[in-house]
Design a binder for this molecule. Structure first.
Ligand code: E4P
Length: 219
């Protein structure tokens, strides 16, 4: 399973990259706004910085919601760097645009996927990635991870090529569950990635090893 970081924060991206396990980045308009990046030029410049920082795919989301606008914007975003993936919302014009991007060989990430039916449509359109939003489904009192299991089952059965990118990840446990459910990629905040490192028995075990080593050195 590939690890993407879900942020537009350059320090977080650098920290995950330094860990050596980073395969890519996803952003969205809310995450860009959170970093205080506004205005098309600044936003595109920020995408360029992210793309220069990582070797893997960087999802950059369109703001347009009509077919022509999505196409124009997607083509502009794809010009920023070779590793840009155009992120397109799961709407009618979005699906039409993904079909067009597929024929132009521009990679896409179909975002805001909340059902197996949507995942099937996005796969038929040729999306490179499809992003089911696990945390947001959990927030509405349904089981988000079941959607990953169901999409994995259908994609395996039908031989669809789109990669299942588990998004809206809120915890380290979500990452483990996404791996068990068959996700190809997980995109998560830095905290959730770093949380995977933690186990109290590791800390206790390491303290004991170091203590025994120290005692032996003294004797
Ligand atoms: C996915 O690509 C989205 O950027 C993201 O995972 C949404 O997560 P949220 O529900 O925590 O905003």
């Amino acid at each position: 399973m590939k690890f993407f970081i879900d942020t537009a924060n350059l320090d977080h991206i650098k920290e995950a990259k330094d860990l050596g396990i980073l395969d890519g980045v996803t952003t969205n308009p809310s995450l860009m706004a959170k970093e205080g990046i506004t205005g098309k030029e600044n936003i595109y410049r920020h995408y360029k910085k992210i793309c220069d920082l990582v070797d893997g795919d960087v999802s950059a989301e369109v703001i347009s919601t009509d077919f022509k606008g999505i196409l124009r914007e997607g083509k502009e975003l794809a010009e920023i760097a070779e590793n840009i993936v155009v992120k397109v919302p799961m709407i009618k014009d979005g699906i039409k645009a993904i079909c067009e991007f597929t024929s132009l060989e521009i990679p896409t990430n179909c975002t805001l996927v909340f059902s197996v039916g949507q995942a099937i449509l996005a796969a038929k359109a040729g999306a490179t990635y499809i992003s089911p939003f696990i945390g947001r489904i959990d927030d509405s009192n349904w089981e988000g991870m079941q959607l990953i299991r169901d999409i994995f089952e259908v994609y395996s059965m039908q031989g669809y090529d789109s990669e299942i990118l588990a998004a809206s990840i809120r915890s380290s446990m979500h990452i483990v569950d996404a791996a068990k459910a068959g996700a190809d990629v997980v995109t998560c905040p830095l905290d959730a990635i770093l949380g995977l490192l933690k186990h109290p028995l590791t800390d206790i075990g390491l303290a004991k090893f170091l203590e025994d080593h120290k005692k032996a050195e003294k004797s």
